[in-house]
Design a protein around this ligand. Structure first.
Ligand code: MN
Length: 203
């Protein structure tokens, strides 16, 4: 069975950038809902219930047809949110650290350029979806967006940081002002964790 990792902060721990009500509902209703629906979708497939979600999403094409959509949508939602909560932390004025900082500079020009490019792509998602910083198959950093709950893992790219731009991620506090939410995101990134995720990809 798939269960939610515990949060590394209290529901109000990301205030004022992400409000308490949004964090609580997002985690305990939306994220929990994806886990519950994933478990329900796989109830006749006990061996898949024991798998790592990252492995199922990476090898989505080999998942049995009758549960493929469930893994794509609910498994994608489960994994995307696992990473999202993991890389959040109250961190105003935080900047990338370690080898990740060097790689961001080498890839995007500067941290400021990276912020602009990531914000631009996140803001350009039409409808519901995600913006991800990934390590691609050439071991290079790349910014990619996915619709709905699709995971970059199914594209052969390993996400090390992501931003949920579904309306449920920001509407209570920011209403239609998605750009303000994206701007606030830069004050709640756990750069030590993102750097650790980068190291885990073997660069
Ligand atoms: Mn969400």
């Amino acid at each position: 069975m798939f269960t939610l990792p515990a949060l590394n902060f209290e529901f109000d721990g990301l205030e004022p950038y992400m409000d308490q009500a949004t964090v609580e509902i997002h985690y305990s209703k939306h994220h929990q809902g994806y886990a519950d629906k994933l478990n329900a979708a796989l109830k006749e497939q006990p061996e898949l219930l024991k798998a790592k979600i990252e492995d199922l999403l990476t090898n989505l094409s080999t998942v049995p047809e009758e549960v493929k959509n469930g893994v794509r949508n609910f498994g994608g939602g489960y994994a995307n949110h696992n990473l999202f909560w993991q890389i959040l932390k109250l961190n105003p004025d935080g900047t990338p650290v370690g080898e990740l900082a060097e790689k961001i500079k080498a890839t995007f020009g500067s941290f400021e350029d990276f912020k602009l490019q990531f914000s631009d792509k996140a803001g350009g998602v039409f409808g519901s979806g995600w913006c991800h910083l990934v390590v691609n198959q050439e071991k290079e950093l790349e910014i990619v967006t996915t619709p709905n709950q699709d995971s970059p893992l199914s594209l052969g790219k390993v996400p090390i940081m992501n931003l949920d731009v579904w309306e449920h991620a920001y509407y209570l506090k920011y209403q239609n002002r998605r750009a303000d939410f994206i701007s606030a995101f830069w004050s709640i990134i756990n750069w030590e964790q993102v750097a650790q995720n980068f190291q885990s990809c073997g660069k």
